[in-house]
Design a protein around this ligand. Sequence first.
Ligand code: SF4
Ligand code: SF4
Length: 458
Amino acid sequence: MTTPPAALTTIDATGRRKWVYPAAIHGQFMRWRKGIGYFVIAVFFVMPWIKIGGMQSILIEIPQRRFTIFGHLFWPQDVFYLVFLLVGLAMALFFFTALAGRVWCGWLCPQTVFMEEVFRKIEEWMEGGHLTRRRLDAAPWTLGKVARKVLKHALFLLFSALVSNTFLAYFVGTETLLTWMTRSPADHWTAFLFMVAILAAFYFDFAWFREQFCVVLCPYARFQAVLTDSHTIQVGYDLVRGEPRGKVGEAPGDCINCFKCVAVCPTGIDIRDGYQLECIGCARCIDACDEIMESVQRPKGLVRYDSLARLQGEKTAYLRPRVLIYSVLLVALVVAFFWGVGTRPLVALTVIRPPGDPYALLPDGRISNHFSLMLFNKAPDRRQFRINLDGPLSADLVTAANPVFLEGGEHRRIDVFVNVPRPEVNGGRAPIHFKITRIIQEEVPLTDYEATFLAPGP
Ligand code: SF4
Ligand code: SF4
């Protein structure tokens, strides 16, 4: 059995980068990947322009500390729900990795999708196939080579600018972005420099860094080994069928050692060396090998999606403890998130006691307590709220304005006085409930808060 190389295949013995020139490949997996890739790109570009309930579908406004996700507005007070969402997404990644390896990396990750469906295509268009590109890079600089390189990098920069501006729209909103685009950068230096930094990062990544992002930077590649096991479905080489490898008629194994699977690999590895950290599960080697198997009239699937267990002649166990645990946790988190978002009150209330005397005696013999109500309208629109007292005391609420109008996202401090006949608080303290109702046609109860009413001791 072959073993994976001890060093990265994209770094030579002196530590210098070895440029990868993956050959183009066509096949059933490439057709599906192309369709999915174009869908991911379309979602990325279109999503900021879609409005749900009058709000941008996804908007992360960091200075305002609010997030809009599919028509729902979240504030720092809602971080609880976002934790469910983020942990749920992480759990989804764990679940799919345990089940199907790096399916995210090879099929959905923007790094792979933009690289293969946009930047690699531009490069092939400008400089030709992998052998022509390799020859061009090795050739001395001529006017023709300069022209090709300049044009290619101009297109890279243009697409990077499109991506960076769209990326910015997720943070500032499409209206603000359009306004900025029609004005001088001097009017919004911070945002402009942010956009330029993203553009430069995208350009650097796709023009030069490329597969090194997956190989040396992405943390997911580092911990995938602990998420997978021998029953995980991954891209693998059938050693039993393929070895001993050799030319047709010279070796009994099915692998004819043509190196086509290596030639198409975007991370430059040989899948026959076993499962490796650099493998992003893109399935290019499957299509490449299937094409060869077809041409030598041997069954396809020498390189295929399968579990290590099956490649070694055992059965694949799909329902394993880790898959079951991840799926239960995933379902629980998804249910908790949607239940929480569906039932959360769109108003937040906090009650505090201002400094000073805890109570006052009124001339009519009642006792008065001063409270400050911090009321926050978490909804995006202007709403009308009423502050009510809900027993057990027969208390009287005095405030400057009730009901209260609050704009979408507005916080307001409202001072209220609660007056209670003394006999009702003979024990020195008693609970009172503040209730907030929303006034539409009729009042709708939203939230309540229990506070303590203080009085002189018995
Ligand atoms: S080994 Fe195959 S699946 Fe893995 S990165 Fe290379 S071409 Fe893609
Ligand atoms: S493409 Fe298939 S036959 Fe050719 S070297 Fe790779 S595994 Fe062997």
